[in-house]
Design a protein around this ligand. Structure first.
Ligand code: SF4
Ligand code: SF4
Length: 337
């Protein structure tokens, strides 16, 4: 796949799941989502004169209005990759209508607790089988909360039977009052690495796999950063030139929220002409790909002190809200005889 620029595009906020560690979901959609038609969006990307790799995430992107039609329109000239919980029936429509040659990968977030709560397993296996049969490069990941270490083997087995690797994904930031990934115990780290290496083996023989060297979102990298994510500050980076992030409100940033480069709704984009030192904080997968960080010399770089302070605050607020909800629900339960 030959493209000129990659975008991490948060299409929407709405999600049917409510994962405890999530910092990017809402039970109502943002009012600006869907404001431009797929044709207008395609016209914007075409007007840049570049071929784009659009990483579509959310919220849950399958709840974006007319998502499959949007993908069909965008993939007429550009490429997409997806991050989804694959719970929606529209996944089958996607598998039937989209050309897999225009899809770099589909990344399925498993989220065991929410999937159990919402009876979502049967739908997941149907959707995964449809994507595999359709020839879409596919992998799955599981966010490794302490409880997930027990769940991992049985979920991994079911995915492996379909030729899909399940990759452990490290928590980054605050979770249940502890700071991750530093809070993983030695036993958890050992299991994490084993699970990740196992996923690597399935990926080698799996039915339909992405080109692992060229994809940006690769949770198999997590096993190398269990002591923390490097601080990229000051390292030359091509974000802003070869990569941007796009928000559901149409704003286009270099990567995090510090440097705005344009706005889709205003049909405006001014890319950097050259690489510039890192001055922001973004998803480390993009930092590892687009900065000139040297993995071989990782020990020379300090770890980020408090990665994603804003995200951590959101997760903490959501945790408190959920806990309060649980307590109120428990309080209002009638007493058992
Ligand atoms: S499925 Fe994804 S977007 Fe939805 S709540 Fe979970 S982590 Fe957030
Ligand atoms: S290293 Fe990461 S945070 Fe820094 S500029 Fe590059 S993409 Fe942005």
């Amino acid at each position: 796949m030959k493209f000129d620029i990659e975008a991490d595009w948060s299409l929407n906020l709405l999600c049917n799941y409510d994962c405890e560690y999530c910092f990017a979901r809402s039970s109502t959609e943002h009012h600006l989502v869907g404001r431009m038609s797929p044709e207008e969006l395609l016209d914007f990307f075409d007007s840049t004169g570049k071929t784009w790799m659009l990483h579509l995430t959310g919220g849950e992107p399958f709840f974006y209005p007319g998502f499959v039609y949007l993908c069909r329109t965008l993939t007429s000239r550009h490429y997409v990759s997806l991050n989804s919980n694959l719970s929606s029936g529209r996944v089958r429509e996607f598998a039937a209508e989209i050309d897999p040659a225009r899809v770099q990968f589909v990344h399925c977030g498993v989220h065991v607790e929410e999937r159990d709560r919402r009876n979502g397993w049967r739908n997941l296996w149907t959707n995964v089988a449809c994507l595999v049969e359709g020839g879409f490069p596919l992998y799955a990941s599981l966010v490794m909360t302490p409880a997930a270490f027990d769940d991992f083997p049985r979920v991994e087995e079911a995915f492996a039977a379909l030729g899909v690797p399940l990759i452990p994904k490290a928590i980054r930031g605050a979770y249940e009052g502890r700071r991750y990934p530093q809070a993983y115990t030695e036993a958890e780290r050992t299991k994490f690495r084993r699970f990740s290496e196992q996923a690597g083996l399935v990926a080698k023989t799996g039915t339909c796999q992405p080109d692992w060297e060229s994809i940006t979102i690769n949770p198999m990298l997590d096993r190398d950063y269990l002591d923390g994510v490097p601080d990229f500050t000051g390292i030359p980076c091509s974000a802003g030139r070869l990569f941007v992030s796009i928000g559901y409100d149409g704003r286009i940033f270099r990567c995090g929220a510090k440097t705005e480069l344009g706005n889709i709704f205003e049909r405006r984009l001014h890319l950097f002409p050259d690489d510039r030192p890192c001055n922001d904080e973004h998803c480390p997968y993009f930092c590892l790909r687009y900065s000139s960080f040297q993995k071989d010399a990782a020990a020379n770089y300090p770890c980020q002190d408090e990665p994603g302070a804003l995200r951590q605050t959101l997760v903490t607020i959501r945790g408190i809200r959920r806990e309060l909800g649980n307590r109120i629900a428990a309080f209002s339960q009638p007493e058992r005889p």
